[in-house]
Design a protein around this ligand. Structure first.
Ligand code: NAP
Length: 258
């Protein structure tokens, strides 16, 4: 049994992770943590009281893996607290800078443990990125539109950033659009990653969808992913808990473990 502690257990995704870990025969939900008091109900009368002290909880229950779905502004602090305790981490929280990723890798190696950071745990999103990289070899003109619920704190999404980074590995940086184009309203053309434009839509009703659009002569190609519920992240999170054990350092992206 793999002993799993869920941090951010009262959140939208954290709550789903608790249910998934509880339901899997080889995963053992040993504790749940959040910044605030509360309870996590898992059905059939099973209720976990939420702990608010991550370090104490880890010291008490000694998990193998901590799953973190909290907030971009606290996740580095969480990792700085948990990694010296020797636990592995599976992190869905987004908003990491390159410097953060380097620090996580160094911290994990120094403590002989491993961290999976996956900007998107949905299998559809992982396959979308793979297909987008294939398409970009033939269609170098690319724009990305990501659409999320309006409670999301960071923009562009971690998935949009990693998609652009992966595409940039297979195509030359290039300027897109008319050489003389200008914005008459700031931001109209979206964020710029090596010439690729990224547009972030924030509206109630969306979960987390993304479309990568390729333009060619007389045609466009659209590759998109549309999760219908947060359950889509759960197989990836469970796989992360199983496959991160025995590794050292940072693993960035679920595709590395598939
Ligand atoms: P959410 O509903 O706001 O849940 C976050 C939870 O963490 C909240 O209960 C929050 O409490 C709590 N929290 C805040 N600070 C904490 C701390 N220091 N320690 C422990 N818990 C703390 O957010 P969500 O929609 O579940 O998303 C969480 C993160 O996952 C976001 O960064 C989101 O972008 C990301 N995400 C990633 C994926 C993926 O596949 N990688 C998928 C979906 C979402 P308060 O509400 O009181 O702050």
């Amino acid at each position: 049994m793999i002993r799993v502690l869920v941090n951010g257990a009262l959140g939208r995704v954290g709550g789903e992770v608790c249910k998934k870990v509880w339901a899997e025969p080889d995963l053992d939900l040993v504790d749940v943590v959040d910044i605030k008091d509360g309870q996590v109900a898992l059905g059939e009368g099973v209720v976990f009281g939420v702990n608010t002290d991550l370090v104490k909880a880890i010291e008490n229950v000694r998990p193998d893996v901590v799953v973190d779905f909290t907030r971009p502004n606290v996740v580095m602090d969480n990792l700085r607290k948990m990694l010296p305790l020797g636990v592995h981490a599976v992190v869905g929280t987004t908003g990491f800078s390159d410097a953060d990723l380097q620090e996580v890798d160094e911290l994990a190696r120094a403590n002989n443990t491993a961290v999976l950071i996956a900007p998107n745990f949905a299998l559809g999103a992982v396959v979308m990125m793979k297909l987008a990289c294939e398409a970009a070899k033939y269609f170098p003109h690319v724009e990305i539109i990501e659409k999320h619920h309006d409670n999301k704190l960071d923009a562009p999404s971690g998935t949009a950033i990693i998609t652009a980074q992966k595409i940039a590995e297979v195509r030359e940086a290039m300027r897109q659009g008319h050489p003389d184009e200008r914005e008459t309203m700031a931001g109209a053309r979206g964020a710029d990653y090596e010439g690729m434009r990224i547009h972030s839509v924030r509206l109630p009703g969306y979960v987390a969808s993304q479309e990568v659009i390729f333009g060619g002569q007389g045609e466009t190609l659209h590759i998109s992913t549309e999760p219908v519920s947060r359950e889509c992240y759960m197989p990836g999170v469970a796989l992360g808990c199983r496959k991160i054990l025995g590794r050292t350092g940072l693993v960035y992206g679920l595709d590395k473990l598939l």
